[in-house]
Design a protein around this ligand. Structure first.
Ligand code: ZN
Length: 421
C-alpha cells in the first residue's frame, strides 16, 4: 500500500503527447494511482507535500523487447557475426545458457532487473527460451521486484516441427506441441517464435488460434536478417513478413530491419505494430531498423533494447542513439521529433501491449509510474526544452528517483523528498 503524497513545483510531461507543464504538481493516491494534477499551487492539506521543483517528471518507460537472461554474458561474441552469437542451438549465447547453472543465471538476472528499474523501467516484454520452465525462472526472479515482466515463452526444443515438414511447408503441430503452447501462455503473458520460419503456414495459424484463445500476447522476430527472407521464400514462395500477416497476425513484429517499404505498408494496413532495437542491430552489424519509415507508413512503433549481452537495458540510451542515427541517415534534423522518440518508450508500447488504460502517460486515474529526472545536474542544466533534453542528452545518472505504482522503486527518498510542508 502506497502513501498519499503530492510532488510539487516540477516540470511534468503530461498526457499521451508528453506536453511539458512547468511548475506543476501531481497527487498520488493510496492506491498508487494519480489522483489529481495541476499547475496552480496545490491545496493546503495534511497530505505530504514534497518539493520536486528541480525535477522533470515523465512517465516510466516500457521496454518493448528484451532478452534479459543473457546479462551474465556481457560482450560475449562482441565482433562476431550475428549468426555465431544468437542462433540456437549452436550460437555462443545458447551454448553458454545450456552450460550455466540456473543459480548463476538467476543472480545476474536479478542484477539486470535492478538496473532496468534504476533506468526508469516499469514494464518490459521479454522473449524467453527454454519452454515453460524458462518462463517460470524469469517470473520468479521478477516477482519481488518493482518491475512488471510480460514474458513470452517459446518452444523448449528446436525445430518444433520436423525439417521435412518445414522444407515442404506442409504439416500441422502435434497435440503435445499445442499443449506446450498453452502451458507457456498460462505461465507467463504470451508466446513468441524466433521467426516465421520456425513453423509451416498451417502451424502458424494453429499457434495464433491457441494463443488468442488464452488471451495471450503473440509476437516474433520478423525480417531480422537476410536469411529470414531467403529461407521463407525458398520454402513457401513468400517472405516472412507476408506469411506473418497472412497466417499469424501477431500483436507486434520485432526488428523489421530488412522489411521493404511495401512490406511496411502491408503491416500498417494489417494493424501490426513494429518494435525496433537499433543499438543491438547496429553493434552486430546488421544495419539500422528504419522505424522512421515505419512511422511514416502509418505503423505504431515502439523501441526495445534487445539482448543484454550486447546492449544495456537502458531505454534512454536506446532512444538517444536511435534519434541521432536516423537524423544522420535522413540528413534531416526534424524527424522524428523528440516527443515522437519519447513516445516509443512510453505511450506507443502501452498501446501495443493493451495496457494504455493504466500505463504509458501521466494522466489522472493511471498508475503513478514515474521517473524523476534532476534538471539541475551538470549534464542537463540549463534545460530549455524538457522533452528534447531527455531524448538528446539525459542518461540514467540524471535519474533521481523512480516510482512504481506510487511506491519508491529506486533512488534515495531523502534526495527527492526533502521536507514536509
Ligand atoms: Zn529478440
Amino acid at each position: 500500500m502506497a502513501v498519499e503524497f503530492v510532488l510539487t513545483g516540477a516540470t511534468i510531461l503530461r498526457g499521451p503527447d508528453l506536453t511539458a507543464s512547468q511548475e506543476s504538481w501531481i497527487k498520488v493516491g493510496e492506491d498508487g494511482c494519480i489522483s489529481a494534477l495541476g499547475n496552480t499551487p496545490s491545496e493546503n492539506s495534511n497530505v505530504l507535500h514534497f518539493d520536486a521543483s528541480s525535477m522533470i517528471i515523465c512517465p516510466a518507460f516500457l521496454n518493448a523487447h528484451t532478452h534479459v537472461i543473457d546479462g551474465f554474458l556481457k560482450e560475449t561474441g562482441f565482433g562476431l557475426p550475428y549468426w555465431d552469437v544468437f542462433m540456437p542451438p549452436d550460437g555462443l549465447r545458447h551454448q553458454a545458457l545450456s552450460l550455466t547453472p540456473d543459480e548463476v543465471v538467476k543472480e545476474q538476472l536479478g542484477q539486470t532487473l535492478d538496473q532496468m528499474i534504476a533506468c526508469g523501467t516499469s514494464l518490459f516484454v521479454d522473449f524467453r527460451e527454454g519452454g515453460r520452465p524458462g518462463v517460470k525462472l524469469l517470473e520468479e526472479v521478477a516477482a519481488d521486484r518493482p518491475i512488471q515482466p510480460l514474458t513470452l515463452g517459446r518452444f523448449a526444443s528446436y525445430p518444433p516441427q520436423p525439417a521435412t515438414a518445414l522444407a515442404s511447408n506442409r504439416g500441422v503441430l502435434t497435440e503435445d506441441a499445442l499443449a506446450e503452447v498453452s502451458g507457456i501462455v498460462e505461465e507467463g503473458a504470451g508466446f513468441s517464435l524466433i521467426s516465421a520460419n520456425d513453423l509451416t503456414d498451417e502451424a502458424l495459424a494453429q499457434v495464433a488460434t491457441q494463443v488468442r484463445s488464452l488471451d495471450g500476447l503473440l509476437a516474433l522476430h520478423v525480417a531480422e536478417s537476410p536469411p529470414y527472407r531467403e529461407t521463407s521464400i525458398e520454402r513457401t514462395g513468400q517472405s516472412d513478413v507476408h506469411r506473418v500477416v497472412d497466417h499469424l497476425q501477431p500483436d507486434f513484429a520485432v526488428h523489421l530491419t530488412f522489411a521493404t517499404p511495401e512490406e511496411m505498408q502491408r503491416l500498417a494496413e494489417a494493424g501490426i505494430p513494429g518494435v525496433c532495437c537499433p543499438r543491438n542491430h547496429a553493434v552486430i552489424g546488421l544495419g539500422i531498423p528504419r522505424f522512421d519509415l515505419m512511422l511514416e507508413a502509418g505503423m505504431n512503433v515502439a523501441i526495445g533494447t534487445d539482448n543484454v549481452i550486447l546492449a544495456s537495458p537502458d531505454p534512454l540510451a536506446e532512444i538517444q542513439f536511435a534519434s541521432r542515427v536516423i537524423r544522420a541517415l535522413r540528413a534531416d534534423p526534424s524527424f522524428p521529433t523528440a516527443s515522437e522518440m519519447l513516445k516509443m518508450i512510453t505511450m506507443n508500447p502501452a498501446r501495443i501491449l493493451g495496457v494504455d488504460h493504466e500505463r504509458g502517460s501521466i494522466e489522472v486515474g493511471k498508475r503513478a509510474d514515474l521517473v524523476l529526472i534532476d534538471a539541475t545536474t551538470g549534464n542537463l542544466a540549463p534545460v530549455s526544452d524538457a522533452v528534447a533534453a531527455l531524448v538528446n542528452r539525459a542518461t540514467a545518472a540524471d535519474i533521481r528517483a523512480v516510482f512504481n505504482n506510487g511506491a519508491l522503486a529506486h533512488g534515495d527518498p531523502l534526495d527527492v523528498i526533502p521536507h514536509k510542508v
